[in-house]
Design a protein around this ligand. Sequence first.
Ligand code: FMN
Length: 295
Amino acid sequence: MFQTAVTKMLNIKLPIIGAPMFLVSYPELVAAVSEAGGLGTFPTMNYRSIPELKDALFKIKSKTQKPIGVNIVLYKEHNPNWSEQLKVCLDNKVNCIITSMGIPRSVIKEAKSAGAKVFCDVIDIKYAKLTAKAGADALIAVSAGAGGHAGKISPFSLIPYLKDEINIPVIAAGSISSGRQMAAAMALGAEAVYIGTRFIASCESGASEEYKQAIIKAMPEDIIYSKEISGVYANWLKESFDKYKNIETTDLKKWKDIWSAGHGVGQIKNILSVKKIMDDIIQEYKDVTQKMKME
Ligand SMILES: Cc1cc2nc3c(=O)[nH]c(=O)nc-3n(C[C@H](O)[C@H](O)[C@H](O)COP(=O)(O)O)c2cc1C
């Protein structure tokens, strides 16, 4: 048991959220994170139709009864079906909606009346203020070095900055792969951590074996920050970025082969079960915070 404002809000044991990852977070991974005491999540964009989304929620619910979250991109051009997806999630009692892009005003209203929480991805103060004003329950501070679409501000600045400027809980995202990094994020004022890249190299992730091995092999120097692939700045594994950056295709094949990861690859040495990853993170968190106590 490790209680913070975020664990209380979600009724979970540990302040660890398995971050939603396109083509990586499928029911096995989501359920494993929730079963281990965190919040498992996935992006609706993993599914091309509403029946597929319903089926995924059904599969997750058959593996765990614990709280889960779903990420919805609120940008019509990328995700034209978002309001239908929201309805399906709320009808299926999803506990937390995680929004990216767009102002989530109507989402927050609908989610709250269905009893769900709404967390919003932010990379700067302007958007953080807008989402907080719209009624977000917590902000996800997506810092420089995060896997996927990442911000430009160092977590050492972004987390305390958002915390001081905006009076709602902040969740730290970016390069958290170990208990040491989690302790640092909590010391900066975060109420939970959002972990993506570490879970790519887990037994339960939907990533291919080659992708998992590339994560283990990669060092922070192998991560490229570029908007060349998707039009929005994101972090990519150099090896796959060099291979695919010039290929003009938006199809799923390209997305399956282009691998995203954050600077947190530096701490990932092996493929482990989600439970073992989370147990190790919590053990290291306890050891390091104990060691830092003043005599
Ligand atoms: C392969 C991959 C796919 C991702 N897909 C999404 C997505 O579909 N939606 C989203 O909001 N964030 C996505 N992200 C970002 C994560 O949710 C999260 O912000 C990030 O992984 C945290 O940083 P870390 O990878 O350094 O732990 C993705 C990240 C990765 C690595």
